[in-house]
Design a protein around this ligand. Sequence first.
Ligand SMILES: NC(=O)C1=CN([C@@H]2O[C@H](COP(=O)(O)OP(=O)(O)OC[C@H]3O[C@@H](n4cnc5c(N)ncnc54)[C@H](OP(=O)(O)O)[C@@H]3O)[C@@H](O)[C@H]2O)C=CC1
Ligand SMILES: CC[C@](O)(C(C)=O)C(=O)O
Ligand SMILES: [Mg+2]
Ligand SMILES: [Mg+2]
Length: 329
Amino acid sequence: MQVLYDAEANYDKLKNKTIAVIGYGSQGRAQSLNMKESGLNVIMGLREGGASWEAAKEDGHEVYTIEEAAKMADIIHVLIPDEIQGDVYNKQIKQYLEEGNTLSFSHGYNIHFKYIVPPKGVNVTMVAPKSPGKMVRKTYEEGFGVPGLICIEKDETGEAYDVALGMAKGIGLTRAGVIQTTFREETETDLFGEQAVLCGGVTELIKAGFETLVEAGYAPEMAYFETCHELKLIVDLIYQKGFKNMWNDVSNTAEYGGLTRRERVVTKESKEAMKEILKEIQDGRFTKEFALENQAGKPHLNSMRRLEGELLIETVGADLRKKCGLEKE
Ligand SMILES: NC(=O)C1=CN([C@@H]2O[C@H](COP(=O)(O)OP(=O)(O)OC[C@H]3O[C@@H](n4cnc5c(N)ncnc54)[C@H](OP(=O)(O)O)[C@@H]3O)[C@@H](O)[C@H]2O)C=CC1
Ligand SMILES: CC[C@](O)(C(C)=O)C(=O)O
Ligand SMILES: [Mg+2]
Ligand SMILES: [Mg+2]
């Protein structure tokens, strides 16, 4: 598989184009600031009265309403929450799209599951950082970047690939490596990754480890250092040098114990569950469930958020992070 780096990307097809970034949250802030500092013509499309409006102005952006920005731009890059994109697109963007414009996303959810159906004559592209927004910005400021994906759903002008790759370069993604894929693949793998491994899987693993130690009588602070804080330090080794070098850096005791015990923790049943989770994503069951949850006003998500905030690991962790200056009050 070809991985694209800075040398393969340029800004030629973006020079005379205006990019309207819709949304100034996790990805919107990071991507718009990176693209602007890379020399691209970026404006913001935001809702008046929201917190983002003032924040974007303070960061030096030209800020317009979503409708104004959509009208002015050649490229409309939609970076608001997935569950509201369809509604905002239908009410505030669709009518301003012109032939030759590009509608761009950082996740394929709404295009792949057809909550958004763009008109003929409009390119449909994706530039998806494989990273939380904060790290998109931080790594860019450090002179590096995070990896990403680009996808071309519709190329009506013959320029869609160059536009998407140029944006990826502007965001800093080609510094770390960019892969071209499809909206379907990005959507399914991204949803799977965040549910089974990156967000869902990891928090459950940490929680189970923490609770096992606390229930056995060990101090919660010690359990936190062992099962949560040190996880980042171990993952950093894997991130930098792979499994083999991580095993090399930890003790032989850890290596032997880890290799002989890990399949008792993440079992064959866990892998079967992962396969079932992937199926629910592929056949649209997850998307339907999430749509119903949103229509009902997110009751289940809100109650899970409350319960998550009440976990002992959260209160102990917040206290420890504050004491050592990791988390500001
Ligand atoms: N979070 C991440 O790190 C990643 C996200 N993505 C994708 O990027 C996209 C954006 O996600 P993310 O950055 O998390 O989004 P956020 O939740 O951070 O988006 C917040 C922004 O959306 C605006 N917004 C919220 N509701 C509305 C509304 N009804 N009308 C207009 N504006 C609204 C907010 O404005 P206000 O301040 O006015 O409320 C704010 O500017 C999604 O497609 C997501 O899947 C992809 C990779 C990683
Ligand atoms: C892992 C979660 C993510 O997919 C991301 C940061 O890449 C998201 O949707 O936020
Ligand atoms: Mg992701
Ligand atoms: Mg995601």
